[in-house]
Ligand binder design. Structure first.
Ligand SMILES: [Zn+2]
Length: 328
């Protein structure tokens, strides 16, 4: 039932997107070749910036943010009354020119939520998913052995992309299917894993990828320690979370008490979940101390990668982030 519902939802989302694309075909924000030649390093930032704390971040953000935010604002103003629009750009996952779909879904009302949107018309992945794949592909490039990779999802376009397009990787995916399921259990072809107690042996993977999962675990230290345990020596965890770039410390929104009851410390917030109609409760609003959490979990190094590139459809809030934690 669950999966039938999921399949129907995905199919209807697919057709809705197709219709929107066809409606918007005359409404393309073009990145002209002359713009590319007059390469503006702020908007088409060629390099990735490694940041280790909030001071690092503020120094860098103050230099780049004004221009980026003003361009983002002019786009928001231009398309305020439109259901959506298309960006002409280049998808680093598909390695070809692409149209990125922007609209107002999950928007705070002032600007579109570019991080969650900007779907590529070929691979169907949104901005943050395309970036994390782009980054992972570069890390895995040139390896002799077939890398073993784990990601905490299995019913998504992201997982399909990993298994079909990254043919030099051995990929394991899973979903969290509830407290009554055991990690490692396979139900209708879907592997169940609880991030707080993975079923894998120690040092099983070269790379673990997590897309907006850790804000939904009730115990972030346990989740990071489990990822650490399951990584090989020199292995790497790459993850994205909704990130509060101006917060030094993480705020806990909810916890599970010793009677296994959920206690809400702040107002309840849920995010969409492909295998749950109710969605997933948010336990954490992460700040810069997420990097300290990684080190406490055993990682020898942890840092944020800041990225921004209009051509590749990586925009929003003047700067976007993923996080990396390296095992010795
Ligand atoms: Zn693509």
């Amino acid at each position: 039932m669950h999966y039938l519902h999921l399949r129907t939802t995905l199919r209807s989302a697919y057709y809705k997107t197709k219709i929107l694309y066809s409606k918007l075909l005359n409404n393309i924000e073009s990145i002209s070749s002359s713009d590319r030649e007059n390469f503006d390093k702020l908007l088409y930032c060629p390099e990735l910036i490694t940041l280790r704390d909030i001071t690092d971040f503020q120094k860098h953000y103050n230099v780049v943010a004004d221009k980026r935010l003003s361009v983002e604002k002019s786009l928001s103003d231009k398309y305020r009354n439109k259901p959506g629009w298309l960006f002409e750009g280049y998808c680093q996952c598909c390695e070809k020119n692409a149209l990125f779909l922007a609209d107002w879904q999950y928007s705070d009302g002032t600007a579109p939520n570019y991080r969650e949107r900007l779907f590529c018309n070929h691979c169907g992945l949104n901005s943050r998913q395309r970036f994390i794949l782009h980054y992972a592909k570069n890390i895995l490039k040139g390896r002799n052995e077939i890398p073993k990779l784990f990601c905490y999802e299995q019913t998504t376009d992201f997982y399909r992309y990993l298994t079909k397009k990254m043919d030099n990787a051995d990929v394991t995916g899973s979903e969290y299917l509830g407290t009554d399921k055991t990690s490692g259990e396979i139900i209708n072809g879907i592997r169940c894993e609880d991030a707080l107690g993975l079923s894998f042996e120690n040092e099983a993977f070269d790379l673990i990828i997590s897309n907006d999962v850790y804000e939904h675990v009730p115990d972030i230290m346990k989740a990071l320690s489990e990822a650490y345990r399951c990584l090989k020596k020199n292995g790497m965890l790459i993850f994205s979370v909704p990130f509060f770039m101006n917060k030094k410390t993480t705020e806990q929104r909810a916890l599970i008490d010793n009677k296994c009851k959920t206690v809400h410390l702040l107002s309840e917030q849920y995010h969409a979940n492909p295998v749950s109609r109710k969605g997933s409760l948010v336990y954490y609003d992460f700040g810069w101390d997420i990097l300290n959490y990684c080190k406490e979990a055993g990682f020898k190094d942890a840092y944020a990668i800041a990225y921004y590139n209009m051509l590749y459809g990586y925009i929003g809030n003047g700067m976007q982030f993923i996080f990396c934690a390296e095992k010795q």
